[in-house]
Design a protein around this ligand. Structure first.
Ligand code: NAP
Length: 334
């Protein structure tokens, strides 16, 4: 089968489209005929080798973290899916494999696609949608009437995050350039800060919860405009000890390392009397089914910026790497 394979960490020339053996499903796996796969910044960060401290699979490794397609075989323990089902999933983190004609997914990570989505839109949901749901609902416990600040609202995660925060009843302020403003407003953003001409700290409100998709100076400024005893969850800045304990199976060596590298951010958070948590999202078929339900009820829209044919996956990844996608980028199989 055709697959996009990483041979060595580094630039785009370390990965190539080639033929590899089809994966064989284990007892709890479904085998999916991939019809579309979503792209995410983690794909190029992984290719660059930036995640090696957390996760270092043997190369060559088939890239790709989320997919939609038809189930063509099921393992002996699989009860929730049948051959012919249309499924979508954020695949297992140690496994990858979504940028391929066939992929194996543990049944616990997959859900049935909502009827009102095609494969390209369904493939755009799992990773970014689950990240937004887990950050806003589970970590920040956003509720009605709260003022939520989301940095980077126009990208893959942001377009889900704005809608999920609105669904949870919040008042949403987000950052976007003039290129993204119409989109974020159409998704329900109440206030927009143009990050190209304004500081985030110029926001007129003080916030009950912060969801950071940008990091760096943006995160620093977010600390300045939070109410005391609130919390910021970032998925783009630096991991801290809780990241290792809660999201990475309590790996103690990593917790110590993350404690050291997050010293500056944690000090800033303490001075602002704000909690700081870096989240690594986790795959979940059950939570993906919840997102599917919201989509089926037209409470959540999927914003696909561009689709590329599988043969142009390198161009698709370069487009994601440019950092200017509006919503999600997807590849479709022939
Ligand atoms: N930890 C986790 O589990 C996890 C999960 C998902 C994502 N992430 C991380 O979260 C980040 C966001 O992911 P994504 O998929 O949303 O990325 P993305 O789709 O590539 O984001 C692109 C968008 O960001 C906007 N943008 C760029 N710089 C900005 C700034 N300084 N302020 C405000 N907006 C800015 C761009 O708008 P303009 O073109 O208008 O500039 C563009 O629309 C990435 O770093 C990704 O790796 C982490």
């Amino acid at each position: 089968m055709r697959a996009y394979v990483l041979d060595r960490y580094g630039g785009p020339d370390g990965a190539r489209l080639t033929d590899v053996a089809a994966p064989v499903p284990g007892p709890s796996d479904i085998l999916v005929n991939v019809r579309a796969a979503g792209l995410n910044p983690v794909d190029f960060k992984f290719r660059q080798g930036n995640l090696r401290v957390i996760h270092r699979p043997k190369l060559p490794f088939v890239l790709g973290n989320e997919l939609a397609g038809e189930v063509v075989a099921v393992g002996s323990d699989v009860k929730r899916f049948r051959v012919g089902d249309r499924a979508f999933a954020r695949v297992g983190k140690d496994r990858g494999g979504a940028f391929a004609e066939l992929a194996c997914v543990d049944q616990a990570y997959a859900a049935l696609m909502p009827q009102n989505l095609d494969f390209a839109a369904a493939a755009a949901v799992p990773l970014a949608g689950l990240t937004a749901l887990q950050a806003l609902r589970d970590e920040l416990r956003v509720g009605p009437g709260q003022k939520v600040l989301i940095s980077g609202g126009a990208g893959g995660v942001g377009t889900f995050a704005i809608q999920i925060a609105k669904w949870l009843g919040a008042h949403v302020t987000t950052t976007a350039s003039s290129r993204g403003e119409a989109l974020v407003r159409s998704l329900g953003a109440d206030d927009v800060i143009d990050y190209t001409s304004q500081d985030v700290s110029d926001a007129k409100d003080r916030f009950d919860a912060g969801f950071d998709l940008i990091g760096g100076k943006t995160l620093d400024q977010m600390f300045e405009i939070m109410k005391p005893n609130t919390k910021i969850v970032s998925v783009a800045a630096l991991p801290e000890p809780q990241t290792a304990i809660k999201d990475l199976d309590g790996r103690r060596g990593l917790a110590a390392l993350f404690w050291i590298i997050s010293t500056g951010i944690r000090a800033r958070a303490r001075r602002a009397k704000v909690g700081y948590r870096f989240l690594f999202m986790h795959p979940s078929g059950a939570e993906l089914a919840e997102l599917g339900e919201l989509i089926a009820q037209a409470k959540l829209k999927v914003i696909v910026d561009r689709t590329f044919p599988f043969a142009e996956i390198a161009e698709a990844l370069a487009y994601v790497e440019s950092g200017h996608a509006k919503g999600k980028v997807v590849i479709t199989m022939g």
